[in-house]
Design a protein around this ligand. Structure first.
Ligand SMILES: [Zn+2]
Length: 377
């Protein structure tokens, strides 16, 4: 698609403005004639805000990733009839809400990825059968009301979480033969955050390479989601990760902020405000985060559950780390230091190992040293 950016006019801009307006991020009615719609400074600011809270690259430009996310975000459960369509699956935040609702109720709708697939349909049919509704596999007004009426009282077994926990327990404590996707953010013509002569894309690429070496030395098969100079959309990264069938997925980023005082590490896993959360993802996020905060002494910006596309679409426990602010002088000088990057890679490796330790063997945070790897290092 054509990029839509500041200064552009026309129907495509009108559509973006309309969507941002509907999301309450751009409070105006827009121009009456779509041909007159202008991508102005306020519109760019709203796009940036939207990108920030969706975990997209914050550049204020509407490219394919941002366009898809804006289109998906405008739907609320109940807005439209939802059903399975083999050729063109319906996608949107309303589907994710439906899936989360079904999961909360104990119906196996798979992962809440916001795509109405066959599994969503099967779960919906089961729900309709159990609650005496017309079994058509479609979420129309009657089914929607039934889902709402059940409120938050009825919460079932969340099969996805049980499956993840069982897979993890069955995997055993050894790292040998585990598979991990390392996802260095940005790349190619998308540098990510830029400050003081460093780019996010280059910093996280180097961290990924250090981590890759350590994992391989301990018998783990690492997969990198991109090459050193390649850009990929988050959807492509998730798809690539899913295709590997990996045990976990680690997305590496650094943050940036106009205020140079903003600093620290924040870690994200899949989760919503409601009961649905990937507890294995949450556990991995906790281990990675605490190891990194303990080992680096950087400010603790905590762990957060998010429904970002990458976290939603990956089918394994996925953790997204923002390793400090490139726009903060102190964080930046650390991130520039190869010795610091080694500490980060060591911390992540230990966190991955701790995922597989049974509780009684789990060492205190910041204390564990990996035994020598296969290469004796
Ligand atoms: Zn980033």
């Amino acid at each position: 698609m054509q990029l839509i950016r500041r200064g552009d006019t026309g129907p495509a801009v009108a559509e973006v403005r309309g969507a941002l307006n509907a999301l309450g991020m751009l409070a105006d009615a827009g121009s009456a004639d779509p041909a007159d719609a202008l991508f102005d400074g306020r519109c760019e600011l709203a796009v940036r805000q939207f990108q920030q809270c969706r975990g997209l690259s914050v550049d204020g430009i509407v490219g394919p990733d941002t366009y898809r996310a804006i289109t998906e975000a405008r739907w609320h459960l109940g807005d439209r009839l939802l059903h399975y369509s083999a050729g063109r699956p319906i996608i949107g935040d309303d589907i994710a809400s439906l899936q989360e609702r079904l999961l909360e109720l104990g119906y196996d709708a798979g992962f809440a990825d916001g795509v109405f697939g066959q599994r969503t349909e099967a779960a919906l049919r089961q729900f309709q059968r159990d609650y005496g509704l017309v079994v058509d596999g479609q979420c129309g007004p009657t089914t929607f009301r039934a889902l709402q009426r059940l409120g938050r009282k009825v919460v079932g077994g969340r099969p996805q979480i049980l499956r993840e926990a069982m897979a993890m327990a069955a995997a055993g404590p050894h790292l040998m033969d585990k598979r991990v996707v390392i996802d260095p953010g940005h790349g190619g013509d998308d540098p990510g955050v830029r400050a003081g002569g460093l780019t996010e894309a280059a910093v996280v690429w180097d961290l990924a390479a250090r981590l890759e070496g350590r994992l391989a030395a301990h018998g783990v098969t690492p997969y990198l989601s991109r090459g050193p100079d390649v850009a990929r959309t988050n959807a492509e990264r998730a798809e690539m990760g899913n295709a590997t069938g990996a045990d976990m997925f680690l997305s590496l980023h650094v943050d940036g902020h106009p205020n140079p005082l903003a600093s620290g590490i924040a870690t994200y896993h899949y989760g919503t405000g409601s009961a649905v959360t990937s507890t294995i993802g949450e556990k991995l996020a906790g281990l990675v985060h605490r190891e990194l905060v303990a080992r680096t002494g950087m400010r603790d910006c905590r762990i957060h559950g998010k429904t970002w596309q990458l976290l939603r679409w990956t089918r394994m426990p996925t953790v997204w780390v923002d390793l400090g602010y490139l726009t903060n002088p102190e964080d930046r000088s650390r991130l520039a230091d190869p010795a610091f990057r080694d500490i980060v890679a060591d911390g992540v490796l230990v966190a991955i190992q701790r995922m597989y330790f049974p509780e009684e063997l789990d060492p205190p945070t910041g204390s564990y040293r990996m035994p020598a790897g296969l290469d004796g290092q």
